[in-house]
Design a protein around this ligand. Structure first.
Ligand code: PEP
Ligand code: MG
Length: 745
């Protein structure tokens, strides 16, 4: 047994006895620590409002200094430890550049100092330190022991012994910048998934019993992992994809790795419960992770952190999540679309995905679910604690933890105003779609999941202008067989009834990947082997999908369009596959309309031929914009740089409108531009009168268009066209006109 074990156990056992007797005070604890660690000084500092650290208890420094000695976070060694959340082990503290002399403490007599942060859920609550006269470095075992005591102090520093009128920094608001993944505002408690939950019981009397609990929990956890891996294996085996296996096998290897488990066992032997020991070791992973930039190592440490979370959950006899999901804002590092669906079913009201981006799978599913979501918010997971109240304003890209009551009130009022507005929108639902001067337009919704279909009724959408077939597959993680696909599509047609549905064939690749598909090594995946290109090179999957669509129609009308068509020849090939399937499926659809998305610029110069062969065209403004401006749609730094409301885009769309009108081909637009009221108004003015958008935007757009005097607006745009051709964006003047003319945008 290592020599430190005995003193550590004696120290912890004295603390346990004192705590069990209910008479533990900070002062009593620092006295015991000083005595047992043979330190001349032991002091505890607590963080107060205003980022101030206050000396709350000391053995060895001048007792008069208690309650008086204060340091700002970042000031002095204590302040530095609080600011960085990292311990300092100094043989010559007085000559450390951060040393701040406080004469009232009398600490000039002490050369060496070990100061450790008292942390909970990534937040610093205070600092615990020991000092000695002689200049020396504290041993690893002493460091570990002081860190263990610091862990015991969290509750005391978070509440007891402080002025209740003053909050701690730990309870102060924090604001984080994020990127909008799915619009909306939500207020609710934070739910942390995968976070390491602080154990409730810290000290144990019987290390042998705790070791046995650890072994037992390990066995249960490993069995759980094995069966998870075995049940996933067949699903993951499709198409020979290797990557997911490697990940799961690596996870299992980490679970079996003795290194970190030995550390846990050592900590248990010093007198902690099994869960407190796992928690301690997991905290180490966390602080090591903060310093690591290498993505591979970060991944491995994150694996360890995940496993520690699992082990803790097993030790606690259940869920890795503390708190109720209903109405909560989920905070996670990563999230797959299927997991998001699960959480949605459990009732979350919003989600923040630290490593999420707008084009990512989970974001697409969040939008489909109408669930407010944001990506980024770096540091929020470390700063949040389960149950913290928070505001997620996805529209503005803001997450506020522990908001000030006045901020909360402001958001509550904003949400009430929205709810009232949406009640008013409901009356709009059944009103005819006409501008103020009587011009008709058609608003349809985009969809991709069965659970979105009820939005047809709630929004009054006149159809589904884009059914993204890949979304359901991303949500389940694989491509279903023909019968299952047919059932999905039939359901869509059943719910839509007489309303048209434009099914788009699989648009996978780039950022929309299935777990089992091999990750292609491409420099520019958005311009890579994706979408219809894959469908034509590997026609089996596309043919199965086309067959499923024909079967689903079962004699009803059917409209199918192809994504990312770049050449007329690709369109013809895809149509050829469809004809081949249509020849085999009975009953044949009542009508079969075959169209194309217009999102690759090359197609713009094949218009006359294309118009002669296609039944309809849907402009995919998201991709078209990114290719026209050579600006990746997923790059946040470019998001504001190029505008749909700009001369190049408007001239382009106008020319498509003219070509389509000449050829009498039905034209619609289904990209994000349709969801923005101002852009929708301009589109209508230049002749795109069929717009398909996310369901959550439909009535907002309808309200704006219904208020629009289209004739006057067209005259204004004509003048603008002549005077502002060189502007890089026309949004400002068009927006000003709309506001002046009572159009809500
Ligand atoms: C588009 O590109 O505008 C479009 C609607 O398709 P997606 O957003 O699915 O790429
Ligand atoms: Mg697209």
């Amino acid at each position: 047994m290592p020599p430190i074990v005995v003193p550590a156990r004696r120290l912890l056992s004295r603390l346990r006895t004192m705590m069990a007797g209910g008479n533990a005070s900070l002062q009593a604890i620092v006295s015991i620590v000083a005595g047992e660690m043979v330190a001349e000084v032991c002091s505890a500092y607590a963080l107060r409002a205003g980022e101030i650290l206050e000396l709350r208890a000391t053995q060895g420094l001048n007792p008069q200094a208690i309650g008086h000695t204060r340091l700002r976070v970042g000031e002095g060694i204590i302040g530095l430890v609080a600011a960085t959340g990292t311990l300092l082990n100094l043989a010559d503290a007085q000559n450390h550049p951060a040393f701040a002399y406080r004469p009232e403490t009398g600490e000039e007599a002490f050369a060496s100092m070990l100061a450790v942060p008292v942390r909970r859920g990534g937040r610093t609550l205070g600092v615990l330190s020991v000092q000695n006269r002689v200049a020396r470095h504290y041993t690893d075992l002493e460091v570990e022991l002081l860190e263990t005591v610091a862990m015991l102090l969290t509750d005391m520093l978070a509440g007891a012994g402080t002025d209740p009128r003053e909050g701690f920094v730990g309870s102060l608001p924090r604001q984080f910048d994020a990127a909008m993944l799915s619009p909306g505002i939500v207020l609710g408690p934070i739910l942390l998934h995968g976070a390491i939950l602080a154990p409730e019981r810290l000290l144990a009397e019987d290390p042998a019993a705790e070791l046995a609990r650890l072994q037992n929990a390990l066995r249960v956890m490993r069995q759980g992992l094995d069966s998870l891996i075995e049940t996933q294996r067949p699903v993951l085996s499709q198409d020979g994809g290797q990557a997911p296996h490697d990940i799961l096998d690596a996870t299992r290897a980490v679970a079996a790795d003795d290194g970190w488990l030995k550390r846990v066992a050592e900590v248990i032997r010093s007198g902690l419960t099994a869960e407190a020991a796992v928690h301690r070791v997991a905290q180490d992973f966390r602080s090591r992770m903060r310093k690591i930039v290498d993505p591979y190592l970060r991944e491995r440490l994150a694996d360890l952190e995940d496993l520690a979370g699992r082990l803790l959950a097993t030790l606690n006899g259940g869920d890795a999540v503390r708190g109720d999901a209903a109405g909560a804002i989920l905070l996670v590092r990563r999230l797959g679309p299927a997991q998001l669906l699960d959480w949605h079913a459990r009732g979350i009201a919003g989600v923040v995905i630290e490593e999420g981006s707008a084009g990512g799978h989970a974001a697409i599913v969040a939008r489909a679910l109408g669930l407010p979501a944001a990506g980024g918010a770096r540091g929020a997971i470390d700063a949040a604690e389960a149950g913290d109240q928070a505001v997620l304003d996805a529209d503005e890209g803001t997450l506020i933890l522990r908001p000030d009551p006045s901020v909360r009130d402001a958001y509550e009022r904003a949400m009430e105003a929205r709810a009232m507005r949406s009640a008013a929108w409901a009356t709009l639902r059944d009103a005819p779609s006409r501008t103020r001067d009587g011009v008709a337009f058609t608003l349809m919704m985009n969809a991709g999941l069965a659970l979105e279909l009820d939005q047809l009724a709630t929004t009054g959408a006149e159809g589904i202008g884009l059914f993204r077939t890949e979304i359901a597959m991303m949500a389940r993680g694989s491509v279903p067989d023909v019968a299952e696909q047919a059932a999905i599509y039939a359901r869509v047609l059943d719910v839509a009834g007489d309303r048209p549905v434009l099914f788009r064939t699989l648009d996978l690749g780039s950022d929309k990947l299935l777990p089992e598909s091999p990750r292609p090594e491409e420099e520019n995946p958005a311009m890579g082997w994706r979408s219809l290109r894959v469908g034509l090179d590997r026609p089996a999957i596309l043919r199965r999908q086309l067959r499923a669509l024909l079967l689903a129609a079962g004699g009803r009308k059917l409209s199918i369009m192809f994504p990312m068509v770049a050449t007329l020849s690709e369109f013809r090939q895809a149509r050829g596959l469809l004809y081949a399937e249509a020849a085999r499926v009975r009953p044949a659809p009542a009508t079969l309309e075959i169209g194309t998305m217009l999102e690759v610029p090359a197609l713009l110069w094949q218009m006359p031929e294309l118009m002669a062969e296609t039944d309809f065209i849907s402009i995919g403004s998201n991709d078209l914009m990114q290719f026209i401006f050579a600006a990746d749609r997923g790059t946040p730094a470019l998001a504001e740089r190029y505008d749909f409301l700009s001369m190049p885009m408007l001239r382009l769309v106008r020319s498509i409108v003219e070509r389509a009108a000449e050829a009498k081909v039905s034209l619609s637009l289904c990209g994000e531009a349709a969801s923005r009221p101002l852009d929708a108004a301009v589109l209508l003015a230049i002749g795109v009168n069929r717009l398909s958008m996310s369901a959550s935007s439909l009535l907002v757009v309808k309200e704006a268009l219904s208020n629009l005097d289209l004739g006057a607006f067209r005259l204004f745009l004509e003048t603008l066209r002549r005077t502002a051709a060189t502007y890089s964006s026309l949004r400002e003047p068009i927006g000003a006109w709309a506001r002046d003319h009572g159009v809500k945008i």
